[in-house]
Design a protein around this ligand. Sequence first.
Ligand SMILES: Nc1ncnc2c1ncn2[C@@H]1O[C@H](COP(=O)(O)OP(=O)(O)OP(=O)(O)O)[C@@H](O)[C@H]1O
Length: 400
Amino acid sequence: MGLEPFTKDSTIFRDENVLRDSHTPKTLIERDEELTAYQSALRPVVNGAQPKNLFLYGQTGVGKTLATKLVLERLSTDLEPMDDVDLHTVFLNCKSLSSSYQVAANLVNEFREPDNQIKTTGYPSGMINQMLWDHLNELDASHCLVVLDEVDSIGNDDDILYQVPRSNDNGLVDGTQVGVIGISNDFTFRDNLSARVKDSLCDEEILFSPYDANQLRRILEQRAEQAFHDDVLDDNVIPLAAAFAGQSSGSARQALRRLYKAGDIARDQGATLVTEGHIRLADRAVERDKVWEELLRVPTHSKLTLYALLMLEAEGELPAKRSAIYKRYRIAANRIDIDPRTDRTVHDRLSQLTLKGFLEVEEKNKGPKGGSYYQYQFSIRPELVTEALSEDSRVGELFD
Ligand SMILES: Nc1ncnc2c1ncn2[C@@H]1O[C@H](COP(=O)(O)OP(=O)(O)OP(=O)(O)O)[C@@H](O)[C@H]1O
């Protein structure tokens, strides 16, 4: 079959870019309470006082990053005419950073010019921390807000989440008032924060709950107005996209993806209208992609836990108890020189993986003597897990 010519499409999309992840809308709708709490935690900055440290949590795609962008932009704008307060913001995504050391080293680089970056391994950790305090002390700003997105990646090694929020109180930074905004979509991480971290990082906690179908509908309607030409969406398209996304995740990102994909499919078919059929097809495609993407994104120790289940699967031993999983997990971790964490960590990883829908858990009774235990197995295709783990630079070595 020959290639079709690329012709300009003008019948479906007015501006498809507004449906992309990279687009930042000017307003966050359906989140008034969260925005009020957010602004209130940062209000002290305007009065020259120390901001509260904030911890934002909630599942993926529920507006945490967007809220942060909009609130910080607004704060910067409102501070512009004020001579006595200058704000410096640092935004670090911690996705691939698995220790306090790595977070500190990457923060140091955020303060340095691109041609003056330090190596992020090899220094004594006290030295890295000192570099960070030096940069904060030398900063020509009265306030510094440090945003740590996807902060759960650092796992139990969370000392930095105590150090930075307390850097003023502990006399490490003087002159610049420091506030930390931690963002996470891992609920077990929040529950397991050490008491002193909880105490210092979480002056205020803001929960972003999943959107329901009605909220998603309003978010989609607002975006569709800019994205699509008038009258190209069948009446039930947005309600259906919102309902599907509401049922599966409550994520605005997933809802927007369904709408975009449906428009895409309609365009590929040369249709002039986006219909219910297109949304149904889009729903299936987006759901498949979502599982894949989330698998790629789980932290290293979750990947090792999944690998342990793959080992058990190969041995014909699934479903399996936690003790059997933990044993394989240790073998896998040691094989690629990663320090195994405790049984407790693997327990948390199993809960998180179950929550995300990768595993299913069944409670078993021990018999007449009572007590019960849990057995785990995959609820997605193991081949998909193998494929995703193979993509990981470290865990992938296990397949060599
Ligand atoms: N209330 C909202 N109004 C408009 N758009 C929204 C809203 N909430 C989320 N979005 C959009 O949904 C997408 C995901 O939002 P965002 O990145 O803020 O989520 P998140 O909670 O930070 O998720 P993650 O933890 O995955 O980073 C973005 O494209 C954002 O523009």
